[in-house]
Every structure is written in C-alpha cells, then in structure tokens.
Design a protein around this ligand. Structure first.
Ligand code: AMP
Ligand code: ZN
Length: 503
C-alpha cells in the first residue's frame, strides 16, 4: 500500500524530513501527558489538541497507529526540579488532606472531560507512572549495569558526563552544550552534593518519612525521577526505537533530553526517529502558565464564567482557533482573536449546512468547478503533508466556502453545481475540518459531546412549522426568539426553513 507523502519537522535534526515509519503501515507515537495535580489549562490543551490532529491525520492516511499518552502521577517535583523538592501531587494531597490517588483520580477525570469536550480522540494506551514502578526500577538497573548511572545514599543518578563523552549526544535535542548545562544545573538544583557532576539527574530518589508516595527498591524506599516514567513506558509499549515522540516545546529540556539519555543508557540505542514539539499558547502575549497566574481553564472559557474574556466561546470555536495557527508557531489568545475565530468558524458551519440545500444543476456542465474543488482538496493534502499545515488547509476551506456561497446566492447561474461537485464539497469539509482537524461541524451547541443538536433542531423546527400552519404566530415567534437567544438563527427562505449558529 502506498501512502501520501508526509514531511515532519524533526527537532532532533532541525529539518523537515520525509516521514517513513519503522514498520511499514504502522506508527508508534508517544506524547507526554499531563501531571494530574490541578486542572489542565488551555495551554496544556493546545499541545494535546495539536497531537490529536497529528494522530487523526496519520489515521486518515491509513496508518495503523499505536498512540500512547501517559498520565504523570508521581515523580514530577514542585518547580520542575530534580531533588529536594516536594512531589506536585503529594503536596496537594498533604494540603487537602486526601490520598494522593484521590488527587490523581480527580484531575485525570477532569482532563478526560476536557479532552472529550475538545473532541480529542482517546489514545490507544494511557499508562500511568505509578502503574509502572516495576518497569522503572528495571530500567534504572539496566542503566546502572551499562555503566551510565551510580548510587549515592540510596538515590540513583544518571552520569551525564560519561554519557556525553561516550555518545557525544547529551544536549543534541535541545541544542545545549554540556558546559552550559553544568552551570545551569549548579544554579538551579538542590542536593547537588550527592551527584558526581552538577548536570547529573535523578533516576531514583530516596524518600524521607514525610513523602507520601514511595516504593521499596534495592537502593532505598523511594520514588522514580520525573523523566524515567516516559522512558520506561514508551519502551514497554512501543519498543526500544519508535516513530514519533511529542510534547510541548518547554519539555525539550530537561525532560526529553533526559529521556533520550535514559533510553540510550538502558537500551544502547536511540529511542525516537522523529521528535515533534508543539509551540506554546500565550495569553495576552505571555506564555500561559498556572504558576505565573496567566492561565484560563477550558471550562471557564466555554461557560463564559471568567474575568478575562467575560464571554462564552464554544469548544469547537476554541478548536478552530487552535487549528488556525500552525502547531509549531506560538498562538496568542486574546478577546479579539477569539471573536474573529468565532466569526470565521460560523462562516464555515453556515456554508457546510448550505451544501445539501444547493440547487443541483441539470446536465454535466461544471467540469471547471469540479476541477477547482479537486485542486483545493489536493492542496489540502499537500498542506497537511507539509508538517501538518492546518492554517493553510483552512484557508483552502474558505475558498470552498466562497464557492458554496456563490452558488447559494445565485442558484440560477447557468453553470450550476452538479451532484459530483456537491459530493466533493461535502466530503472536503467532512474530511479535513471534521475528521482531520477534529472540528465538529454538526454539533457545537450542546457541550455534552453528544450529537443531538441536528435531531433536536429538526423536532423544534417541525413544531414551529405546525404552529405556523395553524397560524399560531405567537408560538412560532417564541420558538424563533428563544433559539436566537441561544445564538441559533432561523431563516425562512424560498427553499424552506434553515438554521445556523452565530450572530
Ligand atoms: P504538564 O502537566 O506541566 O506536564 O504539561 C502538560 C503538557 O502541556 C506538556 O506537553 C507541556 O509542554 C504543555 N504545556 C504547558 N504549558 C503550555 C502552553 N502555555 N502552551 C502549550 N502547551 C503547554
Ligand atoms: Zn514525558
């Protein structure tokens, strides 16, 4: 089977490369998931939505994809430091006087709800760090056996200098040099006394009595270092070398750099063929970050219950907003940008709803127009195949929106649209907007993720038609006005009643 060409920007080489999977027809993809100690903010969601789009496109191309996205529920320490600080989840458990696993469950549930709202597909496997302690301990042992790690006072550290000397690789992904790392580490990290070199990082950390989450090991009762889980779980589910590893840009160093070092330390091979990194969501020009107080939760934006934008934006408007920028560019969320996205998305939905109502032209006249539609579809494959260029593909969708509107507004044009054109138009929207970009076109009003809206609208409009038949104008007007309050506009036209969302 042949696949359409796909070029991806590989952070490791700094270049766009032709994607060729290790095993023909199959793709293994690992994406770093959330640390479940608080609600995911919209910035975190951007990264997961970007990789959802990538997953969807790979599936669309016909690959059989094993998509692993983990849940970090132990080992990620406050301030993203290495040792000496409290576990992020343990800290919340202590403050709220609940079990760490209650913290994990609560925020994992919340994360899943938000992902469903944003129409992200479930990964094939969602492993958690606490569920893979044995695999992590085994990996530490392998790294020690291969001479890339050492124990001090019950903790185990990765020997970065030895690894750098033997492989020349440490810092390759993030573009840092070891001397720079040594200085940086000396400034930032605690417990440096236990390490041979300041840039060494912890694989296993001895826990003190106050530490809530700890497990026995031959070195100490302790817990794994933050980076270890991803190495252990990606190896377990995707093998020692797999196709794609993803995550946000901010994870390049130290998290991903250390993942590579660990995998190499344990398996003596490079773990990942293509490293893909998504760029950051900014809010009013600054990186969205909870610790900096510059963040908004998806539910706050969807409900309108927030002091920042003070207005509700639907989940699919948010998804459209994200897809309008390339996943490797920064994206700044502002009120004006959200309003523009709402307007743009409305245009797409309106055009999509009009397609089945377009007047069909008799005969086989519109060869030219079919070719235009076909070339836009081909163009969208080129855009998506060029490192997932969703903004360019959306620009082509707007070209198709113009075609729909021209033929809708001038139905008596000689060169009308024939059935084939109408089918091509619908399939272009269904394929690229709905299936690949994950922007639901049919249902974006109810926020429960169910596809009820179309059916409900049919019933409501039927009741309204009955009221009009009976000359019950107050009821008919009441239905129209109430729908309008919900941002649903009903139009009585020559060809019947139509409805659309947006103002
Ligand atoms: P964390 O829960 O901190 O481990 O982060 C989960 C994911 O969200 C990681 O892939 C981060 O890179 C990503 N992330 C954090 N902040 C942002 C942001 N402002 N924009 C985009 N992605 C982000
Ligand atoms: Zn990770």
């Amino acid at each position: 089977m042949s696949y359409r060409p796909l070029y991806v920007f590989n952070t490791l080489s700094g270049e766009k490369e032709l994607f060729t999977p290790i095993v023909e027809g199959r793709v293994g993809m690992y994406v770093c998931g959330p640390t479940v100690y608080s609600d995911v903010h919209l910035g975190n969601c951007r990264t997961f939505v970007s990789f959802d789009m990538i997953y969807r496109y790979l599936l669309h191309l016909g690959y059989k994809v094993r998509y692993v996205r983990n849940i970090t529920d132990v080992g990620h320490l406050v301030g993203d430091t290495d040792t000496g600080a409290e576990d992020k989840i343990g800290r919340i458990a202590r403050l709220e006087r609940i079990e760490p696993m209650e913290v994990v469950q609560k925020y994992s549930n919340g994360f899943h709800e938000v992902m469903a709202l944003l129409n992200a597909l479930n990964p094939s496997i969602e492993p958690s760090a606490t569920g893979h302690i044995i695999e992590q301990i085994e990996m530490v042992q392998k790294i020690i056996d291969n001479g890339f790690a050492y124990e001090t006072n019950g903790s185990v550290y990765f020997d970065t200098l030895k690894y750098a000397e033997q492989t020349g690789q440490y810092g390759k992904l993030s573009g840092r040099v070891i001397d720079e790392l040594i200085n940086e580490s000396r400034d930032n990290l605690k417990n440096q006394g236990e390490k041979r070199h300041p840039s060494d990082f912890a694989l296993w950390i001895k826990a003190d009595e106050s530490h809530l989450m700890r497990w026995p090991s031959k070195w100490s009762v302790g817990f794994p270092g933050w980076h270890l889980e991803c190495s252990a779980m990606s190896t377990k589910y995707l093998g020692t070398t797999f196709d794609i590893h993803g995550g946000g840009q901010d994870l390049k160093f130290p998290h991903h750099e250390n993942e590579i070092a660990q995998n190499h330390g344990a398996c003596l091979s490079n773990p990942v063929k293509y490293w893909l990194h998504g760029n950051m969501l900014l809010m009013n020009g600054k990186k969205m970050s909870k610790s900096d107080g510059n963040s908004i939760l998806p539910m706050e934006l969807i409900s309108g219950n927030n002091d920042i934008f003070k207005e509700a934006f639907s989940p699919m408007t948010l998804r459209f907003f994200m897809m309008q920028s390339h996943y490797r560019s920064t994206l700044d969320i502002t009120y004006d940008a959200l309003k523009a996205a709402e307007k743009g998305f409305s245009k797409i939905k309106d055009a999509y709803n009009l397609i089945p109502r377009l007047k069909k032209a008799p005969g086989s006249q519109p060869v030219k127009i079919n070719q235009t539609i076909l070339s836009e579809i081909e163009g969208m494959y080129e855009d998506m195949g060029n490192d997932f260029n969703t903004p360019k593909a959306l620009a082509r969708i707007f070209e198709l929106v113009s075609i729909v509107n021209i033929y809708h507004n001038n139905p008596q044009q000689e060169e009308g649209l024939n059935e084939e054109s109408i089918r091509l138009l619908s399939s272009a929207f269904d394929t690229f907007v709905s299936d690949v970009m994950g922007i639901r076109l049919k249902d974006d009003i109810l926020t429960d993720g169910e596809n009820y809206t179309e059916g409900l609208m049919d019933i409501i409009l039927e009741l309204r038609a009955k009221a009009r038949e009976n000359k019950d104008w107050p009821t008919s007007d009441l239905i129209r006005d109430k729908l309008s309050e919900m941002n649903i506009q009903v139009k009585d036209g020559k060809d019947g009643v139509t409805w659309s969302t947006g103002k």
